[in-house]
Design a protein around this ligand. Structure first.
Ligand code: PLP
Length: 366
């Protein structure tokens, strides 16, 4: 079996030891004679899986004990609608930090629900950097401020928690678990699992007591209440099992969390991810043959984006890298250029192989 160096932006590379465990669990889970996808979500065996996933989330991320943890479906995209529906659905205001395509999508859905405005519009800086606190204009009447920690397409990332006079809501889909994070400074955190935590089809949602109460207030204020599938309160009451959850996805996520714990937790992930990012950015800074997209202080550890001198060289680079076993390096269609995604499961050796290839490519084509 030959596994490639997989720099996919998502769904993305998963740790090989986790994949091997999943393979075995498909046919006979824990000696029960049935696979993980074939057993009831209401049974004891699956209950122990979801309990373990929740307790690993709580301990890894140091989630305050009065916060709720949910495993939902519908991806981050469902949260773009579910967040405003639950938090401002009865007619309220929310402010959004625009740092790329995902925050624009979140913003559009918030405008379908209530009065949403930009606290910062990254278009004005061509999405090359993250705003400073001084640039954020947050209205006092806003129910929350929404931001996106990491921008997969443009390759920028918040390296601090923004200062906000109102509750913070954050989309962490593409960097959750890349390093320790201040959960208690936020009221609602959501992340699709398919970049750093597992397969697509599971979304981790973490809610403060305020967020849960706000959702219940909204449900009570709407004449028909909230649609069941989008009502956080129902999922909190039923331990994420108001309806059938993605049982396989939750198991996979539980195994990825165990793998992170085994490596030493989020501080160990930070050391690992910093080393990978520094190696690749050092190469981008070494030669003028590469033009990095993000401003230096806003560079993402997860998605590194750059260009070569011409579009033809970009295309040749992607093609030749692919032939050398370095896959999925083409930039997003809206940004062009090259993108290497270095999520948690990517090993330093894969980044070293990429840097070696870059230096060889420059010698031949530079
Ligand atoms: C990938 C990504 C999304 C999209 O997630 P879906 O699961 O496809 O809905 C949203 N936000 C961010 C920050 C992402 O990286």
């Amino acid at each position: 079996m030959a596994r490639i160096h997989n720099f996919s932006a998502g769904p993305a590379s998963l740790p090989l030891p986790v994949l091997e465990e999943l393979r075995d669990a498909l046919v006979d889970f824990r000696g029960g004679g049935a696979g993980i996808m074939e057993i009831s979500h209401r049974g004891k065996v699956f209950q122990s899986v979801i309990d373990s996933a929740m307790s690993r989330m709580r301990s890894l991320f140091a989630i305050p004990s009065d916060y709720a943890v949910l495993f939902l479906q519908g991806g981050a995209t469902q949260q773009f609608h579910q967040v405003p529906l639950n938090l401002i659905g009865a007619g309220g205001a929310a402010d959004y930090v625009g740092t790329g395509t995902w925050s624009s999508k979140a913003f559009k859905d918030a405008r379908r629900v209530g009065d949403a405005v930009w606290a910062f519009d990254g278009k004005t800086v061509d999405f090359r950097r993250i705003p400073t606190d001084a640039e954020l204009q947050v209205r006092t009447e806003a129910t929350y401020l929404h931001y996106t920690t990491n921008n997969t397409i443009y390759g920028t990332q918040f390296h601090r928690t923004p200062r906000s006079p109102v509750p913070l809501v954050v989309d962490m889909s593409s960097d959750i678990g890349c390093r320790p994070f201040d959960v208690a400074a936020h009221d609602l955190i959501y992340a699709g699992a398919q970049k750093n935590l597992g397969p697509s089809g599971v979304t981790a949602v973490i809610l403060s007591p305020w967020a849960v109460e706000q959702s219940r207030r909204t449900a009570a204020a709407l004449p028909q209440g909230l649609p069941a599938i989008l009502d956080y309160g129902l999922y909190v009451d039923d331990g994420s099992m108001y309806n059938t959850p993605n049982t396989f996805g939750i198991y996979a996520l539980e195994r990825v969390l165990a793998w992170i714990e085994g490596l030493g937790g989020l501080s160990a992930m930070e050391v690992r991810n910093r080393a990978k990012a520094e190696l690749l950015y050092a190469e981008l800074d070494r030669s003028a043959f590469w033009t990095p997209r993000a401003q230096a202080d806003s560079r993402s550890w997860m998605n590194v984006t750059w260009r070569l001198p011409t579009d033809e060289l970009d295309a040749a680079f992607v093609k030749e890298a692919e032939a050398a076993g370095l896959a999925a390096l083409k930039g997003h269609r809206s940004a062009g250029g090259i993108r290497a995604s270095l999520y948690n499961a990517i090993e330093l050796e894969s980044v070293q192989a990429l840097v070696d290839f870059m230096q060889e490519f420059e010698r031949r084509r530079g």
